[in-house]
Design a protein around this ligand. Sequence first.
Ligand code: AR6
Length: 340
Amino acid sequence: MEIRAIQGDITKQNDVEAIVNAANESLLGGGGVDGVIHYAAGPDLLKECRTLGGCKIGEAKITGAYNLPCNFIIHTVGPRWHGGNNKEGELLNHCYKSCLELAMQHGIRTIAFPSISTGAFGYPIDQANWVAVGAVYDFVDNNPDSFDLIEWVCFDKNTLKQYEKEIALHKSGFYEDVDPIVKKEELMALLSAYNPEVHTNNVDGFDELEDDDYSIIIKCDGDEYLYVDYVDGEFTLGFGGWHTHYNPYRKDYEDCLRTLNGILENRTAAVKVMSNGEWCGSWITSADKCTKKDLIIEARRIMHRELIEKTKRNGYQIECSFFDKSKNSVFTIDLDSSNE
Ligand code: AR6
């Protein structure tokens, strides 16, 4: 079973049994890939399409392929892009699902898709790619051994790159789900030497947490603490005024662990910029980049312009927090409090 993206003209594909057409609700032809398919298949395709009674957005209908080298054409109607809050993702996902279901019913094992909706219908390619590739992988997960080849035939290089990127992410396991309960045990084992406090909805004051949610906190000196939690369906790692979120996918979770280990082993420090007692920005950096010169360069790269102007007017402190294993605490280097 292969899932891939190639560059080419979908009407010239001779290694698939079916190609998909990105049509409109009338199914009576149009521009873009629809026009090219009708032209290459010949007028008998339009005759058959006239008998189909159109097609709704997200659904699919099948015809013969006439003069094309494949056996079938599956016509689907993608959503028009209206900004992204009008069920575009759901509908695009449904297009792929409908096409694959229909193909399976006809015993089709090799199929080529165009980049549905990303031409005349205006769906941004960097949004359509993950919806499309995700829909195909979901379908294949639910219907193993149903296809030998599913491919996107992309007309241009950029479209090809976008599908290739998403397919590579799926192949690398990026979207494999991790089980937050199993990961809780793993995190607890990693942090057990540092007196972690664990909050769940069984703990007073944390009733708002969902059943599987948890927050593992290691108190350090002062206000600073290191924490990792699983709340609202994502992991969050926080330290020294900095925090970031990670999706519960394998690749993302591994990034989270890598950063957490970097903090525990003092290879990674959290940086916080304060001006007049007000927080202006936080990030993490490698321990050997905690020099005044490097931090000022980073601050200018990362911080919002307005905040940089403010720090210029009011002076600022850049604090670097390191996790200190021996003391189970944070120490802070106050680097600068002058107008630079
Ligand atoms: N082979 C592969 N891909 C192609 C080809 C080809 N020969 N020709 C164009 N593309 P679009 P949509 C790519 O506009 O956004 C029609 O008028 C193109 O570069 O064909 O779903 C229908 O009748 C783009 O990446 O489809 C509908 O009214 C992708 O195919 C409307 O357009 C899709 O672009 C559907 O719009």
